[in-house]
Design a protein. Sequence first.
Length: 148
Amino acid sequence: MNIIISIFAWTVYSVITLLIITNVICEIYDKWFSNFYINLVGLIITCCGILIYSVSTMQFGSLKKLSGTKEDTLETKGIYMHSRNPQFLGWWLLLIGLFIMQPNYLSLSLFLLGILFGFIQIKFEERSLFLRYGDQYIEYMSSVRRII
């Protein structure tokens, strides 16, 4: 039941964030020349977040693992050698970049809620991974940091 609520909350949150991204992209063109360097920094951070999120999602093979077509093993190679949760790292960088480009209460709220929901989700996932992989996951936890 917790997993279903968690997936639902993350889906709603993702849809709202994507709507904000669309709004920000439209408004960037209006403000681009007045705050060029600030927007450039925000855009670079956002692009880095999208890149990290995309690479980690492709490497993890999320859809294949969920559908059962990929072997159920603990992912510890590639980007997962540097962070146990690179998808969350990418998502949070994207949200930080959006806030830099569009500093308002809504983008700040999305960022803070993203951090909160992300850490809650990470705690659930870590517990589940410990139960599934046991000592292998403990060893992975001791050698790789949670986020950065």
